[in-house]
Design a protein around this ligand. Structure first.
Ligand code: 5GP
Ligand code: MG
Length: 270
């Protein structure tokens, strides 16, 4: 990064900042400025000029401040700020950063389990599509991707009648090692039914991986092989999970405010 730093008598030198804060070299050979710097530039460069001859610790401090202001946050490039919390969300349970770290951990477990064997990730639509797409990109071994669509038709937040809308093609199931990926393990009925069905259709092995596990509501003896987080008995939305079709696009997982799901709504598929 080259900058003009004003010196006494209207001279200017180009200061070359190399690498990280605290390392600097000056280029004395740069042309001397024939015009006086603008007023703003004089203010900005005053500390610069003084640091050229200062002891090294002062240089480090000034360079670090400069780096923070000028190098790390260049003007014109928007800085990432945390997303605003949706007004229907009571509290955030898992942030984007926590989700990323949790998926890293599970992806390592899955990778170790399937290394050396081809396998197929079967994403249970719609809820697991966000999780599955983040998961597979962290698994650096050969895999295939397939989808199954299951809807639990109930009112509000209660599971109802399960309907499987479509399965992967027979060639994607028969003789294959499958990893069924779902958004949340609640009563356990969805995954128990899908595992049975995949085996019946000729899968060689079927394991399950869930983003969230809500053991408090289990109505079956189902246990997932891999899970990212355990969650308490709250109705959660975000990161693929919906209520009446909404909130899937929130980048975090949050507890939905009670008043949002206790107000009467028409039945909706999940
Ligand atoms: P099951 O009760 O069969 O284990 O889960 C059925 C489905 O209910 C899950 O795949 C998920 O779509 C939905 N579900 C269960 N608990 C929650 C929850 O807290 N939030 C949301 N959005 N969906 C849930
Ligand atoms: Mg689901």
């Amino acid at each position: 990064v080259g900058r003009w730093a004003s010196l006494r008598n209207g001279e200017a030198r180009k200061v070359l900042w190399a690498g990280c804060a605290g390392r600097r070299r000056t280029m004395r050979s740069s042309a001397r400025a024939s015009v006086r710097p603008r007023a703003g530039a004089v203010c900005a460069s005053a500390s610069f000029a003084s640091i050229l001859f200062a002891p090294s610790f002062a240089l480090d401090c000034a360079a670090a401040a400069f780096a923070r202001r000028e190098l790390c946050a260049p003007r014109g490039i928007p800085q990432a700020s945390p997303p605003p919390v949706h007004e229907d969300v009571e509290t955030i349970l898992f942030t984007e950063a926590q989700i990323g770290a949790g998926i890293d951990r599970v992806a390592r477990e899955v990778t170790a389990a399937y290394r050396g064997t081809g396998f197929t990730v079967v994403s249970v639509l719609k809820g697991s599509c966000v999780f599955a797409s983040d998961l597979i990109r962290r698994i650096p071994i050969p895999l295939e991707l397939a989808f199954v669509s299951a809807s639990s038709y109930g009112s509000g937040v209660e599971s109802g009648t399960l309907e499987v809308n479509f399965f992967p093609a027979e060639s994607e199931i028969r003789g294959r090692d499958l990893l069924l990926v779902d958004d949340i393990l609640d009563t356990g009925r969805t995954l128990a039914r899908l595992v049975d069905e995949m085996k019946r259709r000729g899968a060689r092995s079927v394991r399950t991986c869930v983003f969230l596990d809500k053991p408090a509501r289990r109505a079956t003896s189902f246990v997932a092989d891999y899970r990212v987080f355990e969650v308490e008995d709250l109705f959660v939305v975000g990161y693929g999970l919906d209520f009446a079709g909404h909130y899937r696009n929130l980048p975090y997982v949050g507890a939905l405010k009670r008043e949002c799901y206790e107000r009467p709504r028409s039945p909706a598929g999940r």
